[in-house]
Design a protein around this ligand. Structure first.
Ligand SMILES: *Cc1c(COP(=O)(O)O)cnc(C)c1O
Length: 449
């Protein structure tokens, strides 16, 4: 029986990334409060948030430090337009992000997709300002995901999200993904990276004159199903972008803020992108905010007498003081806790506790990167993801496989009890789901992140 709130939700709310008819069988779960890694339902049941609420939460829900910062900011300044005005939270956040990334001139959007749009527009406009307007195309990796507004969808290679809107899009080119799983016998992940970079080389050699930027998710293509790849690809891609005068856009919307074991994933390759897109964990999972950072070279190409050479892009809530304050409070938590070192220890404990899952006879390509774990499940169940999610929720665990890839991307605040809860129930839900194989329909179902 759906709760009253769930029924009203199905009638009034159009839920994201959802075939709404599915809510007839699986109504949305009404959550009334959250604390740390736990979500609490109307009925008082608790659910461990094993995917950080779509990868946004870092330090747990309703963190008192972020809460206090937001409350204080709300009493002081709620919002003011950022064109012609400024305020302390946006200035302090821009300074902090510049220190952390080595890039500057923070431009703000609301969601991840708006950050992608900003980076693409800035890149093409840069080339136009340089007298090279023909450099306006983009290239991305196979399976890449950069958001779902029309511009971002054009560089997103997930056919399910794209097919219905193909006529609206100016599709970007794709080059092979350096997916470490595609290693041939005797090949290392770095060899795969080398091979994929050779394909990128060929593509750029032929098309660089019409290409503004290469956009990619450094080290982990999350929405593609937690596809991990070797840092060598980023080094080679950086060198090729330099050689062919093409910008490198690092979309760290999902992988930024410690998910891969470093503050930013591209740092593991020792490279610097021309554009860095941030969102999701930027506010610790409290408010929608995104930022694009870039180089002085790019910034200077827009700095002129002529208005039209400027970057005339805006969103009403650009640089919202509350969202910036939440981001600053989140960055303060980073500093206070030596988060990367703590995460490295937490990851070891989680990996040890997840060893039985990795060793499950139906699991292929068990893999871990920083605070992300993924397992490909060998099952004929076409709707494995939906069935697994249901089994996990019944055990008080939120995990939402992508296709046949089961993964965990939890907040950084799991205690021993939460670790035991996650690892025990992830395995129990897998066995319960596989037990449904007998007699299950073979109706094919699409993969949603
Ligand atoms: C989630 C995501 C986006 C889009 O962010 P939204 O806030 O959902 O618009 C873009 N790129 C990557 C890599 C993402 O994971």
């Amino acid at each position: 029986m759906p709760s009253a709130l769930a029924a009203r939700s199905s009638a009034s709310v159009w839920h994201p990334c959802t075939q709404m008819q599915r809510h007839e069988a699986d109504p949305p779960l009404a959550i009334v409060r959250a604390q740390g890694p736990w979500l609490y339902t109307e009925g008082g049941a608790r659910i461990l948030d094993g995917i950080s609420s779509w990868w946004v939460n870092l330090f747990g829900h309703c963190h008192p430090h972020i809460q206090a910062a937001l409350t204080a900011q709300l009493a002081q300044l709620d919002h003011v337009m950022l064109a012609g005005f400024t305020h302390a939270p946006v200035v302090e956040l821009s300074e902090r992000l510049a220190q952390l990334s080595g890039l500057g001139h923070a431009f703000y959007g609301s969601d991840g997709a708006s950050a992608t749009e900003i980076a693409l527009k800035m890149s093409a406009h840069y080339w136009r300002n340089q007298g090279r307007p023909e450099k306006s195309g983009f290239v991305g990796l196979a399976g890449g995901y950069h958001g779902e507004t029309v511009g971002a969808l054009a560089v997103t290679d997930i056919p399910l999200f794209r097919a219905a809107y193909a006529p609206l899009l100016r599709l970007a080119a794709t080059v092979p993904s350096p997916d470490a799983r595609s290693a041939q016998p005797g090949e290392s992940a770095a060899d795969v990276a080398q091979r994929a970079a050779a394909a990128l080389h060929d593509w750029l050699a032929a098309h660089h004159q019409h290409t503004a930027a290469l956009i990619l998710e450094p080290l982990a293509q999350c929405a593609a199903g937690m596809v991990f790849y070797d840092a060598q690809y980023l080094r080679l891609a950086r060198a090729l972008c330099d050689r062919y005068q093409v910008h490198l856009v690092a979309d760290e919307i999902a992988v930024g803020f410690g998910r891969t074991g470093t503050l930013f994933a591209h740092q593991q390759a020792g490279i610097r992108p021309d554009f860095l897109c941030l969102s999701k964990g930027l506010t610790g999972g409290t408010l929608a905010l995104s930022a694009v950072l870039t180089t002085d070279t790019v910034y200077q190409a827009f700095y002129a007498d002529e208005v039209a050479r400027g970057f005339l892009h805006s969103h009403s809530y650009t640089g919202n003081p509350l969202a910036c304050r939440a981001a600053l409070a989140t960055l303060e938590l980073w500093q206070q806790h030596d988060t990367l070192a703590a995460n490295a220890k937490l990851a070891q404990r989680l990996s040890a506790a997840l060893a039985p899952l990795a060793a499950h006879p139906r699991v292929r390509h068990a893999r871990q990167l920083g605070m992300i774990w993924a397992w490909d499940v060998d099952t004929p169940l076409p709707d494995f993801a939906r069935r697994y999610q249901r089994q996990a929720l019944a055990r008080g665990l939120l995990l939402r496989p992508i296709g046949h890839t089961l993964y965990a991307m939890p907040p950084y605040v799991l205690d021993d009890e939460a670790i035991a809860h996650l690892t025990h129930n992830a395995l129990a839900a897998l066995n319960a789901t596989l037990a449904e194989e007998d007699g299950a329909s073979t109706h094919h179902e699409a993969a949603l992140p």
